[in-house]
Design a protein around this ligand. Structure first.
Ligand code: SF4
Length: 278
């Protein structure tokens, strides 16, 4: 169940930058992007009943999704996260954030809450290459990501990360290097996104002026299969598609076609197995 923690992001409010990451349009990646002023309790009251109707037996994970959900003073953060975590129908929370918004007091709070119910921390990475992080205006380094993950894991927290396959200037060796970084840091799960271009972003402008090309469907699926092989069996792959509302998505048209992507990745994995690589 996606929820808004009502926070902004240091890469949008001017603390780190105003323009955000080059691919970012929160409208495109979270259905609750505009609920910042609605309390967590009200959001749950609205969003939970339809979910319960659809999946009556399933455990519910509350996912603080848009913007940066640890970007608030610790006391305020405690109120926001607790409102979801201690809801009787919520089994645990997942908190989406950036590596530079995980100071020790925040990590301590997350670890404390994790002793009551499950807390997963979703830390965005996108690429393990600093040159790419710089080019897409992430405004943090791989080292900062590594340190944040190590501190979270030392306090017993599970970490999920997000990576993008197909960023400008990257190719298979870069994707595999990111996959190895994920594996070597003991990250529990990864969400792999095909680079998809949405309106209102810097990449949309660069794509319109043909400054880079997107991966083909086949090349993306093959890259994902190779990354899965590189990451090994200890990293759960939570997704390898990226849905965006039709009025915002510019390209590629297949980025949200989960079934087609899954079938193609599976075929590539079978080929790798046939070649004795899996
Ligand atoms: S850190 Fe997240 S919310 Fe902030 S600009 Fe980047 S993608 Fe957008």
């Amino acid at each position: 169940m996606p929820l808004s923690g009502g926070m902004t992001c240091p890469n949008l409010d001017g603390t780190k930058g105003f323009s955000g990451c080059a691919y970012c349009n929160n409208r495109s990646f979270s259905p609750v992007w505009n609920l910042a002023k609605v309390s967590v309790e009200e959001q749950i009251a609205t969003l939970l009943p339809p979910l319960r109707e659809k999946y009556p037996e399933a455990g519910v994970l509350a996912y603080f999704q848009p913007y940066t959900n640890t970007y608030a003073p610790v006391d305020r953060l405690r109120e926001i996260l607790s409102a979801a975590l201690f809801h009787p129908d919520v089994a645990g929370i997942s908190v989406g954030t950036r590596p530079d918004c995980l100071a020790d007091p925040v990590v301590e709070l997350l670890a404390e809450l994790n002793e009551k119910k499950r807390v997963i921390v979703e830390v965005g990475l996108q690429s393990a290459a600093d040159k790419t992080l710089n080019a897409i205006n992430r405004r943090h380094t791989f080292r900062e990501f590594q340190e944040a993950v190590e501190r979270l894991r030392r306090r017993g927290l599970s970490v999920t990360t997000h990576v993008i396959v197909g960023l400008p200037g990257e190719s298979v060796p870069d994707f595999l290097s990111t996959a190895r970084a994920v594996r070597d840091l003991g990250i529990s799960a990864v969400k792999i996104h095909p680079l998809h271009i949405v309106c209102g972003t810097r990449l949309a402008e660069e794509y319109a002026s043909a400054e880079f090309e997107l991966l083909s469907f086949e090349d993306f699926c093959e890259a994902v299969a190779l990354m899965i092989l590189e990451m090994g069996t200890d990293v759960a792959i939570e997704r390898f598609s990226g849905e965006s509302p039709g009025d915002l998505l510019i390209a590629p048209s297949w980025s949200g076609d989960r079934n087609r992507i899954a079938a193609c990745v599976e075929n590539h994995l079978k080929e790798l197995k046939h070649e004795g690589l899996l």
